[in-house]
Structures are given as structure tokens and as C-alpha cells.
Design a protein around this ligand. Structure first.
Ligand code: 13P
Length: 249
């Protein structure tokens, strides 16, 4: 059966001293957590955080990677570089990458393939803007993001990925999707996976919700049958909040 996961996306926050302190505090308070925790610091802090969490059950991720294996790509970080410093996961297609850095489904599909080839598990993000939801296009947008980003994968490789549904209008806004809205989209995503692949893969894929998840709303959202955890932004920057969310199943 699929895993419950709570992943903390620290975004562009935390210089290394702060990162080590936060990671240590998560480790020290994680005894009561039964789901899989993943910490996703900025690139610069990954190695330091790795040293702090390395004897715990917490996994490590990165927020992005290049679609290229190596070479003359100034400023880029390859998937191999990330596995080599202890990352098991990488976020691909976060809405901030899509909106601010112009990453499209085609590019993201290359990144997903490349990450999987380097033994990194992609956490592939999808989600609609407010405008798209208000126009009633959210199902179409998400379908396209999923089809174009990850449906070129073989059954074997698709079976390894994690999907995160992050409605853009709920990210960092304090405005969460209701638990019913999250469930509706998660169920839709799972139905797409069932149609494309098979029941085992659809039942086994973890689909995380992201967008203003906090200790006081996590329980209701995580109680929904197709929500398998969360991708947490702001609340992951405070260990007590992150742990409170992770113990909300
Ligand atoms: P917030 O939890 O700050 O809304 O961010 C969600 C997110 O973007 C996680 O990737």
C-alpha cells in the first residue's frame, strides 16, 4: 500500500547554520512520527543537513535539478550530484519554477526522466492558478501537466514517482484548498493514473497536497482517502509545526 509522506520544502530560506539547527530540531522531535519525513533544503545546505539527519529515518531532497547529465551548463546542478550527496528525492515542476523560471511540461518531462535515470525519486508538482480554477479549467490544466510531464514513463519508472498537487492560489497565501477540493483533485489524478497504467500503480502512488498546510488544517486534509500527505512550505520552517503536521494522520 502507498506511503504517507510529509515533505518540507524550505524554498530559498535558511543559511547553513539555520538549516542545521532546524534539521536537528526536526530529528529530535521526530520520535512520534509514523509517516516518511523528507527534508528539502536549498542546494547550499543539503550536505550540512545530510550530516545532521544521516542516522535518522528522515530522507533528503533537492528543490530542482538540471535536465542534463553534466557539462557546460553554468549554474546548474545535476541529478548525479544530488544522489552523490545523499538526496533520494527531487522536486520537479514546482509552480514557482513553472511561473517564475518558465519551466514547461516538456522540460519537466526531461528532468523527470533524467532524475529517475540517476536514481532520484521525482516529486512531480501540478496545480492550477486561480484564474484557471475560476474559468473552470483546473481539471484540464492538471490533466495536461500530468500527461505531458510524467505519462511518457514506463510502468516501472512511473511506479517510483510521487505526485504533489499544489493549487497555485493556495501557496504561501494562507488560503488552503478545502479538504474536499483537495480530495476531488487527488481522486481525479489517481483516476488518470488508473486509466493510463493499472490499478496497482494507481493504488500505490503517493499523492501529496501542498498549499498553506498548517498544524490546524492538516488533519482534515490528510483524512481524505486520496491524500497521502503534504508538501509543506512556510510551516516546514518551524520544527514544531512541521512535526505537528507530520503527526496529523
Ligand atoms: P506553503 O505551505 O508556504 O503554502 O507552500 C507550499 C509549497 O509551495 C510547498 O512546495
Amino acid at each position: 500500500m502507498r506511503k504517507n509522506i510529509v515533505a518540507g520544502n524550505w524554498k530559498m530560506n535558511m543559511v547553513n547554520d539555520q538549516a542545521k539547527e532546524l534539521a536537528l530540531s526536526v530529528v529530535e522531535n521526530s520520535d512520534t512520527v509514523s509517516c516518511q519525513l523528507i527534508i528539502i533544503p536549498p542546494f547550499t545546505a543539503i550536505s550540512d543537513v545530510q550530516k545532521v539527519i544521516n542516522k535518522s529515518n528522515i530522507l533528503l531532497g533537492a528543490q530542482n535539478c538540471s535536465q542534463h547529465k553534466s557539462g557546460a551548463f553554468t549554474g546548474e546542478v545535476s541529478a548525479d550530484m544530488l544522489t552523490n550527496i545523499g538526496c533520494s528525492h527531487v522536486i520537479i515542476g514546482h509552480s514557482e519554477r513553472r511561473a517564475i523560471f518558465g519551466e514547461d511540461n516538456q522540460l519537466l518531462s526531461e528532468k523527470v526522466n533524467h532524475a529517475l535515470n540517476s536514481n532520484l525519486i521525482p516529486i512531480y508538482c501540478c496545480g492550477e492558478t486561480l484564474q484557471e480554477r475560476e474559468a473552470g479549467n483546473h481539471f484540464d490544466v492538471i490533466k495536461r501537466q500530468i500527461e505531458e510531464g510524467v505519462f511518457n514513463l514506463s510502468e516501472d519508472l512511473f511506479g517510483k514517482i510521487v505526485i504533489a498537487y499544489e493549487p497555485v492560489w493556495a501557496i504561501g497565501t494562507g488560503k488552503t484548498a478545502s479538504a474536499d477540493q483537495a480530495q476531488e483533485i487527488h481522486k481525479f489524478i489517481r483516476s488518470l493514473v488508473l486509466e493510463k497504467y493499472n490499478e496497482t500503480i494507481a493504488n500505490n502512488i503517493s499523492i501529496l497536497y501542498g498549499g498553506s498546510v498548517k498544524p490546524d488544517n492538516a488533519k482534515e486534509i490528510f483524512a481524505k482517502p486520496d491524500v497521502d500527505g503534504g508538501l509543506i512550505g512556510g510551516a516546514a520552517l518551524k520544527a514544531t509545526d512541521f512535526i505537528a503536521i507530520a503527526t496529523s494522520f
